[in-house]
Write a protein that binds this ligand. Structure first.
Ligand code: MN
Length: 232
């Protein structure tokens, strides 16, 4: 067999303290999973079923825990916004999983940013159009290395993001509307999940914009801290 063009390369994330790497399959994202963020986006924060959208795995910008990564300001927007999120990496999959089965699928975690072209997302929402323009663009998913899980899944821990040293987002995993295992179980009712899938579990409140030159620091307690600078 001969490819007519070069095939797209694998997308991999390193695993902390491991020689192995994590090959990414699909990147799922949860829409509203913190009540206070649902409110700020004009939604009812009641425990509606979670909803999902996807980013392409080639949207991932792998970021290390050391140094400051460069985050290129994307095309076609004047409102690039951050959303800090706990990301879950699946080592097992399945469909129609129970919460207990879903829990067993989690291999590890990553600190992620669901970068959003908010102006394009707002246009899509207003017209009932798909979200890809707002969500699934190049470098829209800066992700840290995978940190392997401890025995129990994370249930609490500070989730925070600062810009130029000023705290912008600060919450705790205890405020997740749907827990990690519940999110996986619900997602598996709609999609068969596979090893290599990533799930961005939603952002807390106080999302906001960045401009070229801004420095972002994002953290999830028990996972780590990543630092980025927005560049042209
Ligand atoms: Mn998000």
């Amino acid at each position: 067999m001969k490819y007519c063009i070069d095939p797209v390369s694998e997308v991999i994330l390193p695993i902390v303290d491991s020689d192995s790497v994590f090959p990414v399959r699909r990147v799922y994202c949860v829409g509203r999973n913190y009540a206070a963020h649902a409110r700020e986006m004009g939604d009812d924060p009641s425990r509606d079923l979670p909803f999902f959208f996807c980013k392409d795995r080639h949207c991932i910008l792998p970021v290390t825990f050391e140094g400051v990564a460069e985050l290129p300001y994307p095309l076609a927007t004047e409102q690039l916004e951050y959303e800090v999120e706990l990301v879950v990496a699946l080592g097992k999959g399945g469909k129609q999983l129970s919460v207990e089965q879903a829990s067993e699928c989690v291999l590890g975690y990553s600190v992620g940013l669901d970068m959003t072209r908010r102006d394009l997302q707002a246009q899509a929402k207003a017209k009932g159009r798909p979200w890809e323009a707002g969500k699934a663009f190049a470098d829209s998913a800066p992700l840290s290395p995978i940190v392997l899980r401890q025995q129990d899944l994370l249930q609490s821990g500070r989730v925070a993001l600062s810009v130029n040293g000023e705290m912008k987002q600060e919450s705790d995993l205890t405020h997740l509307t749907w827990s990690i295992a519940e999110v996986i179980a619900k997602l598996s009712e709609q999609f068969e999940l596979f090893p290599g899938d990533l799930i961005m579990t939603g952002t807390p409140e106080n999302v906001g914009p960045v401009v070229v030159g801004d420095r972002i620091e994002a953290s999830v307690a028990g996972v780590g801290v990543i630092r980025l600078q927005v560049v042209e």
